[in-house]
Design a protein around this ligand. Structure first.
Ligand code: SAH
Length: 457
């Protein structure tokens, strides 16, 4: 068979119209059906593009100039938007972002899930989609004798200084600036990645949205911290709501931010926050949703879909620190949570106790192993909630669900493509996807979270 020749060549200049966005926010133009991906181009726009790389089934281009501009294009408010790469959609109006996310989910439902008719609702967005993140983790470097704290320039390990991150809680920005200047004043050296020398690696801040409590985490290469006492005094003075100051020691050559050893320098080991009525204890290393306001929106939807009367047995697979389990436990007879990370299960148990919730049980292990065991022991759920990582559910788990036949499955997902794939499997196994609700947990990024509900046919 003759190989189809791509209709574009490297270094060629072409005039194109953009008709779509990829899942990572690049514009898509088609040349005789052949897709060309171009950064900073939006559907509805046209422009001149230089072809920079040609692959078998697609090409990459660089936008040279716009011919027409989309109504949804806005000026990105962040001055370092392009260098940072943490956000990908600041050049799109917020309304446009929500529409883009809904369309992306609709597309994968049709293409991967073979569910072209399943209702995908409008994305639930934030009233104020800025300064939502409750956790900052900022790398530190030395420049001209002083310290800079900011972000890694895209595709490099150079740290660019940053005074403000517009998706970060203001309190976290303030902590980072204060701790940077306090450490500078007390001659703390910055970690040098190349030489594996120096001390201060990252400044981390965690913020309880409801409680206003703040945790400061100083991540250093060794346990030693010069002028420790004065650093602590200065932080207490500079950060009004600080409840916890901890040092985390990470002595490894690694991109992983936190090491194994955490020492409380002052105050508590935990700060607290609420999602709805449920109180959570958060340590330096605890997993906790980064946008608690939208987490509430997402879990309220999951709870609505679960439609509990108080009589049900519920399984929460991939339960993390038990966030969804504890939400559901208030409305169910019994909840079983399973999660692979032992520390998360410890947090889940602590959080259950903290809230006086006694009808939730947690087990460490792989959902695809633990849930089939439960089933063998006679545990049968009326409702199963799953909230897997981006790669989706293990097929063994989906098969157990199909055997166990809960009346409802509520699927919380951070990966639309794997959600669609897994829905198709459950549909074959006797379930019907009733509807899908996208929720915007991460405004200005391309991430989209969904909750879907299925009922037994
Ligand atoms: N439901 C939780 C967290 C969901 S994130 C919340 O809302 O806070 C997905 C979780 O799945 C992570 O905590 C991860 O550690 C866990 N995980 C990954 N693979 C797993 C597996 N095979 N079995 C059980 N848990 C797993």
């Amino acid at each position: 068979m003759e190989k189809l020749k791509p209709p574009v060549e490297k270094n060629e200049y072409i005039d194109v119209a953009f008709e779509d966005l990829t899942h990572d926010g690049a514009g898509v133009a088609k040349v005789n059906g052949f897709p060309v991906f171009v950064q900073n181009a939006l559907p509805g726009e046209s422009g001149q593009v230089k072809v920079i790389k040609v692959k078998k089934g697609y090409a990459f281009g660089k936008l040279i100039k716009h011919h027409t501009i989309s109504e949804q294009r806005v000026e990105a408010p962040c001055p370092v938007y392009k260098q940072c790469g943490g956000c990908q959609l600041q050049h799109v109006s917020y309304e446009g972002q929500l529409q883009f996310k809904q369309k992306q989910v609709k597309d994968v439902m049709a293409r991967i899930g073979h569910l072209p008719d399943v209702p995908v609702h409008s994305t639930l967005g934030m009233n104020d989609p800025w300064r939502y993140r409750n956790k900052a983790q900022v790398p530190v470097a030395e420049r001209e004798g002083g310290l800079v704290a900011g972000f890694y320039q895209q595709r490099s390990h150079d740290i660019i200084n940053m005074d403000a991150c517009l998706i970060q809680q203001q309190a976290n920005d303030d902590v980072v600036q204060a701790v940077r200047s306090i450490c500078e004043k007390h001659d703390v050296s910055a970690y040098q990645e190349q030489k594996h020398k120096g001390s201060l690696r990252h400044i981390m801040a965690r913020y309880g949205l409801v409680t206003g409590e703040i945790m400061v985490v100083i991540v250093t290469r060794t346990a030693e911290l010069p002028n420790k006492k004065r650093i602590i005094e200065d932080i207490i003075e500079a950060v009004p709501n600080v409840k916890s100051i901890v040092q985390n020691v990470n002595s490894k050559r690694t991109n992983v931010i936190l090491g194994n050893q955490t020492n409380v320098l002052w105050g508590e080991e935990y700060i607290y926050d609420y999602i709805g009525d449920v109180k959570f204890a958060i340590s330096a290393k605890s997993f906790y949703q980064v946008n608690p306001e939208q987490t509430k929106v997402l879990y309220d939807k999951a709870l609505e879909y679960a439609d509990l009367t108080g009589e049900e047995t519920v399984i929460d697979a991939y339960c993390g620190i038990g966030t969804i389990s504890l939400f559901l436990a208030q409305k169910a007879k019994k909840v079983y949570g399973v999660e692979i990370v032992p520390e998360a299960i410890e947090d889940a148990k602590r959080n259950a106790e903290l809230n006086g919730i006694h009808n939730a049980e947690f087990e460490v292990g792989e959902a695809e192993v633990v849930i089939p065991n439960w089933y063998k022991q006679g545990i049968k759920a009326d409702v199963i909630v799953v909230d897997p990582p981006r790669k989706g559910c293990d097929e063994a788990l989906l098969n157990t669900i199909i055997d166990m036949k809960p009346k409802k499955v509520v699927y919380v997902s951070c990966g639309p493509a794997t959600l669609a794939r897994d829905l198709a499997i459950l549909e074959k196994g006797g379930y019907e996807t009733v509807e899908v609700q996208p929720v915007d947990m991460f405004p200005h990024t391309t991430h989209v979270e969904n909750v879907a509900v299925l009922k037994l046919k």
